[in-house]
Design a protein around this ligand. Structure first.
Ligand code: MLT
Ligand code: MN
Ligand code: ZN
Length: 309
């Protein structure tokens, strides 16, 4: 299986358009220790030809421009993006669908909860119905009765996908914000049926549960939530009121932080952080926090990172 990190940043990206913090200022100036990152998305392929877009970022146009694999190759209208899968209905993961409208009809895999938000509060499904057949919903059957479900997608023959319900949060515009239901957020365990290798992808991981821990421990590579260093990072910096726990992102530091959890994985597991918020000190490659990650064998994803598993 092949994976391309299209966007390693969280909502807002890095630098964020309206942020004048020292990091955003420095990356705008082009400081060597800081690398810009677009908003959260990866692409997955079994054959390197057809790609499943996991999350449609508001930066999709720039991401396609930076990724030859996704650009048109055959015929007058074409794309390497064969279908789309959404892990939640957050703006940074879905609003790129608006920019893909010229490619409709487009198959979009998501849970009933995500489909509900994208049919009401952020009505992408009904809206894009006005473009050549619109979005065709491919349900991921994750609900209270089914916290896990295994399925295959046509563009990735040989890959077996398991969606795992995560404790995180519904988007700020959702009626379920603060009271998420099963299916509002998922992690993806993807296994290559030929090579036997596997990836666990979870850009929005609010809480560690025994079930999630088991999937992390089974995967050869984990690509997981690196949004925040401190749970109270936004209030500390005076840029927001919400804590990580409230947003549905488990912070890296602290006694029950994600670094501790990643330490418990088998020594051979490749650990990579993704969905890094512009407030996170690990964005500075020369920071003390990045040295801590190095010490734990944890990598920080950048746009364009390619993995072959
Ligand atoms: C999140 O990951 O919590 C959201 O993308 C935040 C946002 O919508 O800005
Ligand atoms: Mn996000
Ligand atoms: Zn900033």
């Amino acid at each position: 299986m092949q994976i391309i990190v299209l966007g390693a940043g969280a909502g807002g990206g890095f630098p964020q358009w309206n942020c004048n913090c020292p990091h955003c200022r420095a990356v705008r100036r082009g400081s060597g220790e800081l690398t810009p990152r677009t908003q959260s998305s990866i692409a997955i392929s079994a054959d390197g030809e057809r790609w499943l877009l996991c999350n449609a970022s508001p930066d999709i146009r720039a991401q396609i421009a930076a990724t030859p694999e996704l650009q048109p190759r055959h015929g007058v209208r074409d794309s390497g993006i064969a279908e789309v899968l959404l892990v939640d209905a957050q703006i940074d993961h879905v609003s790129g669908l608006l920019s893909l409208r010229e490619g409709c009809p487009l198959d979009v895999w998501c849970t009933p909860s995500v489909h509900r938000d994208l049919s009401t509060g952020f009505p992408l499904f009904p809206m894009l119905g006005h473009w050549q057949g619109g979005l065709h919903w491919r349900p991921i059957e994750l609900d209270e009765a089914h916290p896990e479900t295994t399925f295959r997608v046509p563009s990735c023959p040989g890959l077996v996908f398991t969606a795992v319900a995560l404790h995180s949060n519904a988007p700020p515009y959702s009626p379920r914000r603060g009271w998420p239901s099963t299916g509002d957020n998922l992690g993806l365990f993807i296994e290559d049926g030929v090579s036997g290798t596997s990836l666990f992808y979870a850009p929005g991981l609010g809480e560690m549960t025994p079930g999630v821990h088991d999937y992390l421990a089974r995967a050869d590579c984990v690509l997981v939530d690196g949004t925040l260093w401190h749970d109270d990072e936004l209030p500390r910096l005076g840029v927001g009121r919400a804590t990580g726990a409230e947003m549905g992102h488990l912070a890296l530091a602290g006694e029950h932080g994600l670094i501790r959890e990643l330490d418990a994985l088998p020594a051979t597991t490749r650990r990579i952080l993704i969905h890094i918020n512009n407030t996170n000190p690990i964005l500075d490659a020369a920071s003390a926090e990045r040295a801590v990650l190095d010490g734990h064998g944890i990598e920080v994803a950048v746009d364009g990172l390619r993995l072959t598993l």
